[in-house]
Design a protein around this ligand. Structure first.
Ligand code: KIV
Ligand code: ZN
Length: 498
């Protein structure tokens, strides 16, 4: 029988640390339920001591999800562990993930400590966590740059103290695949009691080697992999779940199995991308828009003769269905509901009514409504509770003339109007907005993206606005890109702390 590889998903913790990717609790529950349907074994739901929002998400995800283990992150600090245990109280299966930096630079500069003291703190944290739960994972932060001999001592000590899983993070994404595999092999061969715990990989992608390093770890004995959907995560991201699941599925020679239902990969990728407003690069392996697009004549000819000539994965195996029903203005509520369900989104009847109304309005502007549009509409009520709302916007622009914009906004029920000229339509509209909201704000970043294709497509705008020493992230989506830009700017302003 093949060995089992446990999939530990950290989209909602490491992935959610990405600036601008924060989800509210309802959205996190939606993602957690989808991860459960996907077949993930462990969901890292958050870092409860870090904020009341994270604490609450761990509580609510624990209630909402049945089968996967729910994991909460802590530092090797008693208070963190107390709070994590409290947050996990409703989880049917629970795990505390505690740890400390073990590389010389972490020990010296972060903790102003020494190797022996770090082992003592690691052991104490694991023992303390075991008072609350039977399943304790220990992470040796920056293990990628930790000398193997010392790392083996740490791993041996925490297993003796009761750790059930030991995570070997390549926190900085520094290791080469051979080097990382050797590290796992070294631990498998030199740690007394290694058979009482599972070694886990946790690889970051700073040098583009996260997936290669993870597979190298698995080939050398790791039996848990820490991954995120679409590879999102700190800096260049983490190992992506979809890549590992499909590598293992395609390479029968690795002789290892996961519990992942691969047909749910694509819908999960779309859901996470849409809720986090984090586009997937078009050439991303497995889930990118071009991952199965054959454009060269030679490739197209080969694929038409026999699909296996240039395709190692059947797109249907990852849930990409070319024959998916296309929604149009004539589609009914049931078709919309079905499409949402296929993508893992369940809506209450009143919410479905609202989304359907928005769907009809969009379908009037666009011929075909695709999955991204539908997910965007399902998440579009974010602005409902906003204090400031855009009421109308009118812009004239052209070549050789200055653009003119007039707009109206509603601030806590009161209406305001302003007009301005600018260097282009977006500049004019934002100048008009700034006449109403008179603050020292600086637009730091501004990206516009069409969701898929076609001049009638919905444009998505991501913005970063600096105000009072903080950077705020905003998002807007509209078939009119100037309106989407103003919505994104207003989204930022709504997040200002005062
Ligand atoms: O990258 C890392 O080291 C981490 C740990 C907190 C597990 O994310
Ligand atoms: Zn990490």
């Amino acid at each position: 029988m093949s060995d089992r590889l446990f999939i530990f998903d950290t989209t909602l913790r490491d992935g959610e640390q990405v600036p601008g990717c924060q989800l509210n609790t309802v959205e996190k529950i939606q993602v957690a339920r989808q991860l459960e349907a996907l077949g993930v074994d462990i969901i890292e739901a958050g870092f409860p001591i870090s904020s009341p929002g994270d604490f609450n998400s761990v509580v609510e995800i624990s209630k909402a999800v049945t089968w996967p283990t729910i994991c909460a992150l802590t530092r090797a600090v008693e208070k963190d562990i107390d709070v994590a245990a409290e947050a996990l109280k409703y989880a049917k299966r629970k795990r505390i993930h505690t740890g400390i930096g073990t590389s010389d630079s972490h020990i010296r500069y972060k903790f102003n400590s020494n190797r022996e003291e770090i082992i003592e703190r690691a052991v104490a944290a694991v023992k303390y966590a075991r008072r609350f739960v039977d399943d304790v994972e220990f992470y040796a932060e920056d293990a990628g740059r930790t000398e193997n001999e010392y790392l083996a001592r740490v791993v041996e000590a925490v297993i003796k103290a009761g750790a059930t899983v030991v995570n070997i993070p390549d926190t900085t994404g520094y290791c080469l695949p051979g080097e990382y595999g050797e590290k796992i092999k070294y631990l498998m061969e030199h740690v007394d009691g290694i058979d009482r715990a599972i070694l886990s990989t946790h690889c970051h992608n700073d040098l583009g080697m996260a997936t290669a390093n993870t597979i190298s770890g698995v080939l050398n004995g790791a039996r848990q992999v820490e991954v995120t959907i679409n590879g999102i995560g700190e800096r260049a991201g983490n190992t992506s779940l979809e890549e590992i699941a499909m590598i293992v599925k395609c390479h029968k020679d690795i002789d290892i199995e996961t519990n992942i239902n691969t047909q749910k990969i694509y819908p999960t990728s779309r859901m996470v991308s849409s809720l986090m407003n984090m586009p997937v690069q078009p050439n991303k392996a497995i889930v990118g828009r071009n991952a199965f697009a054959h454009s060269s004549g030679i490739h197209q000819d080969g694929v038409l003769k026999n699909v296996q000539t240039y395709e190692i994965i059947d797109p249907k195996d990852v849930g990409i269905d070319d024959n998916a029903i296309v929604l149009t203005a004539r589609s009914g509520r049931a078709a919309l509901k079905h499409r949402l369900q296929v993508m893992g989104v369940e809506l209450a009847p009143e919410k479905l009514d609202k989304v359907y109304d928005a769907f009809l309005k969009l379908a009037d502007k666009k011929k075909e409504i695709n999955d991204d549009d539908v997910l965007m509409l399902a998440g579009a009520d974010r602005s409902e509770n906003h204090r400031i709302k855009l009421e109308y916007l009118q812009v004239t622009s052209g070549v050789g003339v200055r653009s003119v914009a007039s707009l109206g906004v509603n601030i806590s029920g009161e209406k305001f109007e302003a007009a301005a000229t600018g260097n282009g339509p977006v500049d004019a509209a934002i100048r008009a907005l700034k006449k109403i909201i008179d603050r020292q704000m600086v637009l730091k970043e501004f990206t516009i993206q069409a969701i898929s294709k076609g001049s009638d497509d919905v444009g998505k705008v991501h913005m970063q606005v600096e105000y009072d020493g903080h950077v705020y992230y905003g998002f807007g989506a509209n078939t009119d890109i100037v309106a989407a830009s103003v919505e994104a700017y207003i989204d930022c302003i709504n997040k200002f702390k005062h």
